[in-house]
Design a protein around this ligand. Structure first.
Ligand code: SF4
Ligand code: SF4
Length: 271
């Protein structure tokens, strides 16, 4: 079973929920927040690099090129500039779609590649895989896609999605059996949660909600869930003990047996 833990907004406790759930049910954890992976702060595994993430980049053969500009006109990312006697690629803009190679009438483009990120793996109690995007890169989605190649077909996988509702989140959610949406009961949390829920609905993936810092803010999330028929799977209160464990990088489900049991029960509801 593949469970994605997502939240429209950053800072809601998404990674905390993903880590505690994975530990409680002994799942493999995948940190898909490739711009700022931090789940291993809690797991503390000795991570080893297992893969490079590469993107196709066009290489131009100036002996064959007639500088016709068809490649630049095709590229919707404006990654190519054709001059009178040169062709320049702006690699950070290139998505690696390969379209320019197809449209070149003179077979002047071949496939090169460049590294945009890395995949790491480790184990400390549970297994963890982590994607890391290279500094300065703009495209997180291919790194998430490569990380997902390591998702096991058997067993339970918990995917910690990036924050937001963009392409890397869609890539993470795609193919999941269930999405847990983590939110907080504030107007900002509620606003971004609704977008994330709509996204899960569009992808036709069943979803449930975990309300973090329950007790602060208002009841708009709960009211919305009631109206939409979405299950509130867990409420995590604003607790000094949990906050202190968090600040020390200690997953509270491995420290407080009662919470370990609650996460196991959550999995029984969705599993
Ligand atoms: S389409 Fe091919 S021939 Fe035309 S400018 Fe681009 S690389 Fe050169
Ligand atoms: S591979 Fe795609 S994105 Fe990259 S330069 Fe060619 S057309 Fe543009």
């Amino acid at each position: 079973m593949i469970i994605t833990v997502a939240s429209g907004k950053g800072g809601t406790g998404k990674t905390t929920v993903a880590v505690n759930l994975a530990l409680a049910i002994e799942a493999t954890l995948y940190d898909c927040d490739v711009e700022e992976p931090n789940a291993n702060i809690f797991i503390k595994a000795d991570l080893q690099k297992v893969d490079d993430v590469k993107l196709m980049n066009p290489v131009f053969d100036l002996q064959k090129c007639t500088f016709c500009k068809k490649c630049a006109e095709f590229c919707k990312y404006n990654a190519i500039a054709v001059l009178s006697s040169d062709v320049i690629l702006f690699p950070e803009l290139c998505s690696g779609c390969g379209g320019c190679k197809i449209v070149c009438p003179y077979d002047a483009i071949s496939e090169g590649s460049r590294s945009i990120g890395e995949i790491y793996h480790g184990k400390n109690g549970i297994e963890i895989y982590q994607g890391v995007m290279n500094v300065g890169e703009a495209r997180a989605t291919p790194v998430v896609a490569k990380l997902k190649e390591y998702v096991k077909k058997d067993g339970i996988s918990v995917l910690d999605a990036p924050p937001g509702n963009g392409c890397p989140v869609i890539e993470t959610m795609h193919g999941s059996d269930f999405v847990i949406l983590v939110t907080e009961p504030t107007p900002f949390g509620f606003h971004d949660f609704k977008i994330a829920y709509e996204l899960a609905k569009k992808l036709d993936i069943p979803a449930g909600v975990v309300i973090n810092r329950y007790g602060v803010g208002d009841d708009s999330v709960e009211k919305y869930c009631r109206d939409e028929g979405v299950d509130v799977l867990m409420k995590i209160p604003y607790s000094r003990e949990i906050a202190e464990l968090y600040s020390k990088g200690i997953p509270f489900a491995s420290h407080i047996p009662e919470w370990r049991k609650k996460f196991q029960e959550l999995y029984e509801v969705i599993g």
